[in-house]
Design a protein around this ligand. Structure first.
Ligand SMILES: C[S@@+](CC[C@H](N)C(=O)[O-])C[C@H]1O[C@@H](n2cnc3c(N)ncnc32)[C@H](O)[C@@H]1O
Length: 225
């Protein structure tokens, strides 16, 4: 696991409290209907042979492992700022012999050169970030994507009905109201547009027991400087 020194130690851990980390995978099996929701994100990203892929806020590695399993020829790097989550991810990947590079770093300051990746994917990271940090992370993703590269994000979005909005209060109680408000207002689109992505759009919305998940896509234009 590569390490990076950071000056930003305040982050919202996976389930809001570090003591809940060991229960994350069981929780996600229930909330994420097995792997069904992540499969929707993988299908949307349309990975191709030999691509360089970054999974941002990888948590316990479920998405990175799924991508490597389905597309063995992609090179995948998975990044998270929580050492405990990453060590669970690394252990799971080692157990099945999945060749994934795990990096400990903050998404606001990515330890990669410009134009490094064909795809950046991210599941359930953005609702952990303040408005300013959402914008910083979007800018960093834009920087590390190759021209023509694509961003695919799954995160909490505008609730599709009143029931979904009520259910989402549970997430807000755990992860905090200030960071999650922008998500449920549908403002992630704005964040990606401000970072100069093209073709920013919401491709799908999926109702879950904790509210509505939105799947976004955005492109770094092939002629981006
Ligand atoms: C809800 S979990 C999602 C994990 C995984 N992507 C998934 O869908 O199961 C959010 C993850 O984002 C990580 N995270 C939060 N803030 C971060 C930041 N600023 N930089 C990198 N990772 C961050 C947390 O440590 C946590 O593992």
């Amino acid at each position: 696991m590569k390490k990076q020194k950071t000056d930003h130690e305040n982050y919202v851990s996976a389930l809001g409290y570090h003591w809940l980390t060991p229960f994350y995978d069981s929780f996600m099996r229930f909330a994420g209907r097995g792997n069904l929701l992540m499969q929707a994100l993988v299908a949307q990203a349309r990975f191709e042979k030999g691509q360089q892929v970054l999974d941002l806020g990888c948590g316990t590695g479920a998405l990175a492992i799924m991508i490597k399993h389905d597309f063995p020829s992609v090179d995948i790097v998975a990044l998270d700022c929580d050492r405990k989550m990453l060590s669970i991810a690394e252990h799971k990947a080692n157990q099945i012999g999945a060749d994934i590079q795990f990096d400990l770093a903050f998404a606001e300051k990515l330890p990669y050169p410009d134009d490094s990746f064909n795809r950046v994917v991210s599941s359930l990271l953005f609702h952990h970030l303040s408005w300013e940090h959402k914008k910083q992370v979007a800018n960093e993703i834009f920087r590390v994507l190759k021209p023509g590269g694509e961003l695919h994000v799954m995160d909490w979005g505008r609730a599709s009905n009143r029931l979904m909005r009520c259910l989402f209060f549970a997430v807000q109680l755990i992860d905090g109201f200030s960071n999650t408000r922008d998500n449920v207002s549908g403002r992630l689109i704005e964040v990606f547009n401000e970072a100069e992505f093209s073709q920013v759009n919401q491709q799908q919305s999926l109702n879950t027991v904790f509210g509505t998940l939105a799947l976004y896509a955005a492109v770094k234009a092939a002629d981006a400087g």
